[in-house]
Design a protein around this ligand. Structure first.
Ligand SMILES: [Zn+2]
Length: 206
């Protein structure tokens, strides 16, 4: 959970004390094997899809899951934690990137030339996550379902997703990896009446 501790301090006003902490849902740890090697984009994306399935089974949030790999090695995972934390910024790709920065100790995931960091997301990232990808410095993005798929299935604000920013910055982008599975995850969420965690769903909502 994300916590902000605010304490009153002797007549000098309020001080924000403590730290932010983000906890993964309990099921996550048992689903990960960091000794496993993932040699292809399909294998890495398959892990992201398995996380989406488990997220749906456990009812811990939307089907937007992600993972960061360094070559064939799993570095971190992320899933949408908006509902469980009441924090609209905690999208799957952002959680995965935040954890990757912590694990690697790097502020710029593109700075270490010996590494091959890449972010895998079940569907094309929204505008907020696209900006976070840019700021993270991660040099490669692999996604499954396209923005068109997301628009056709879900009805929520996506904050102007535009991968042009990333292309201009030289980020390698690969789309349509296990896209059919990504579409199925989105459909399962929509048909399961996932919580509307976005206050400004578009008017086309039927
Ligand atoms: Zn996002």
């Amino acid at each position: 959970m994300v916590r902000v501790l605010v304490t009153k301090s002797g007549g000098k006003g309020f001080h924000v004390k403590g730290s932010f902490a983000i906890e993964y849902p309990r099921w996550v740890e048992s689903r990960l094997d960091f000794s496993e090697r993932f040699t292809t984009d399909d294998e890495r994306m398959a892990l992201v899809m398995r996380l989406a399935t488990q997220q749906a089974i456990a009812h811990t949030g939307g089907p937007f899951t992600a993972a960061v790999f360094d070559g064939d090695r799993l570095v971190s995972v992320g899933m949408n934690l908006v509902e469980v934390t009441k924090n609209p910024m905690l999208h799957g790709p952002i959680v995965a990137l935040m954890k990757a920065h912590e694990v690697s100790g790097l502020m710029d995931l593109g700075a270490d030339r010996r590494s091959q960091y890449a972010l895998y997301t079940g569907c094309q990232p929204c505008g907020m996550c696209t900006a976070a990808i840019l700021l993270s410095g991660i040099p490669r993005l692999v996604y499954g379902a396209s923005e068109k798929d997301v628009e056709a299935i879900l009805d929520m604000e996506r904050a102007s997703p535009d991968l042009g920013l990333l292309r201009e910055a030289g980020v390698e982008i690969v789309g349509n990896v296990l896209a059919a599975e990504g579409v199925r995850a989105l459909q399962a969420y929509e048909h399961g009446c996932g919580a509307n965690y976005n206050p400004r769903r578009r008017s086309k909502r039927r």
